[in-house]
Design a protein around this ligand. Structure first.
Ligand SMILES: [Zn+2]
Length: 54
């Protein structure tokens, strides 16, 4: 983890390019939040429309 000395934000990659000061509009944060949402949100069972024979 790398912490930006300017905005005190932590990033996976060192010296990751970002906009200092912007916390909510960060793409990486957005993606991370999305990933967490996907992981937390239980995916409703999708009924198989096409039955595949393995
Ligand atoms: Zn920064």
């Amino acid at each position: 983890m790398w912490k930006c000395p300017k905005c005190q934000r932590e990033f996976k990659n060192r010296n990751q390019s970002h906009f200092c000061g912007e916390k909510e509009n960060n793409i990486d944060t957005y993606i991370a939040d999305q990933a967490v949402e996907v992981q937390k949100t239980p995916v409703p069972g999708k009924p198989p429309k096409k039955s595949k024979k393995y």
